[in-house]
Design a protein around this ligand. Structure first.
Ligand code: PLP
Length: 395
């Protein structure tokens, strides 16, 4: 049909993640590209949802979510995030972290407003920003530390910058923002009256004893931060679509208005499932961390043994690998060559940057069963880097 698509999606590109998945399927490879956590869902979460369905809790809930779940979240926020939150006015349960992020952008920013993304960024953040007609600005953080520098942050702001996205622990770098870095963000945000949107979906997947820090718990950031959190990764329920936004009451009210229009409410019986999950003892979260840390170590050791250079993540379940010395002109060429040679799919780093920095990197997801990771590592050992090309290195 000859009908034009809307302008607001004209600049959105289908991601190369799909291309890698297709190629991986064609070659019968192991897909460490796409991030799908496949640990089992805890029985208390499953049973909580089943019980709710059996008890007939299947109708719409308030758009901000069921009261008892919001109360359980408020307790969790106090215990794990150091945040004192009013469950009646400052929490909005949404259709995943993705839904909470989309509702936040629509509710709090106007088309044409600038919003700062730190590179490497999560692709959905950028595309949701574009979908809302916002103007993304970028600040590349340099591997291997991905450290935030105050001067660089100030220089990245434009006259129309009204917000900044922080993802901690980060997808794709695994970086966790330190107290000192969050203090930089506080200073700059106070001075420029910025809204901070912090995506903390990987808050429980942290390594080497590192403590997750919620930006909203730092200094005066609480008032100007929307903390976006979710259950997909914590309870391995990516398909349940449950997440939430935490914000000052005036902001949460606006987010809830949009949340209602976009999703009406999050899936009712599943809200009771995660409420049950929030009663899990601390050992559940310790075990989750330990399992992913073991997986991280399997893949990072395998990559290093194969002559690749993993940038060891501090959290989340991805690892970036520096392929700049492997002789490929682009990250996509490196990822495709690795897939052809070894049958292991990754994602080109160019998906996470606007500029050439991403051409040095590829990303692997290690949220896979141990047997799959061991097989991937065995295959990766066959990798032979190409002789460096003259002038082929990205600058
Ligand atoms: N935020 C980040 C940084 C992610 O990596 C992902 C999934 O990969 C999501 C959000 C999606 O979360 P949800 O399933 O809660 O929508």
């Amino acid at each position: 049909m000859n009908f034009p698509i809307a302008n607001r999606i004209a600049n959105l590109q289908p991601s190369d993640i799909r291309l890698m998945t297709r190629e991986c399927e064609r070659l019968g490879g192991i897909n460490l590209g796409q991030g799908l956590g496949d640990l089992p869902t805890p029985p208390m979460v499953r049973e909580g949802a089943i019980k709710a369905i059996q008890n007939g809790l299947n109708t719409y809930t308030p758009s901000e979510g069921v009261a008892s779940l919001r109360q359980a979240i408020a307790k969790k926020l106090k215990r794990d995030n150091g945040l004192d939150v009013d469950p009646d006015h400052e929490i909005v349960i949404s259709s995943g972290t993705t839904g909470a992020f989309a509702a936040t952008l629509t509710a709090l920013l106007n088309p044409g407003d600038g919003i700062l993304l730190l590179e490497p960024y999560y692709g959905y953040h950028l595309n949701t920003i574009l979908l809302n007609g916002l103007e993304p600005h970028f600040l590349p953080l340099a591997p291997p530390e991905f450290a935030l520098d105050e001067t660089a942050l100030r220089a990245a702001l434009r006259p129309n910058t009204r917000a900044m996205v922080v993802c901690t622990p980060s997808n794709p770098s695994g970086k966790m923002f330190s107290a000192a870095e969050l203090a930089i963000i506080e200073r700059v945000a106070e001075q420029h009256n910025l809204l901070i949107i912090s995506d903390e979906i990987y808050e429980y997947i942290t390594y080497d004893g590192r403590q997750h820090l919620s930006p909203a718990s730092i200094g005066r950031l609480g008032k100007r931060t929307v903390s976006i959190m979710g259950f997909s990764k914590t309870f391995s329920i990516t398909g349940w679509r449950l997440g939430y936004a935490v914000a000052d009451a005036s902001l949460a009210k606006a987010i809830n208005l949009v949340n209602d229009l976009l999703y009406v409410c999050a899936p009712s019986p599943l809200q009771y499932g995660v409420e049950a999950g929030l009663q899990a003892p601390p050992e559940y979260f310790d075990k989750l961390r330990a399992e992913y840390q073991r997986k991280r170590d399997i893949i990072c050791q395998g990559l290093a043994d194969a002559g690749l250079t993993p940038l060891i993540p501090q959290g989340a379940y991805y690892v970036l690998v520096d392929v700049s010395h492997q002789g490929y002109p682009t990250a996509k060429a490196a990822a495709l060559a690795l897939l052809e040679q070894t049958g292991v799919a990754s994602i080109p780093g160019s998906l996470f940057y606007q500029g050439p920095q991403g051409e040095r990197l590829i990303r692997f997801c290690f949220a896979k069963e141990d047997a799959v990771l061991h097989e991937a590592v065995a295959r990766l050992s066959k990798f032979r880097s190409r002789a460096p090309l003259k002038n082929s290195q990205p600058t």
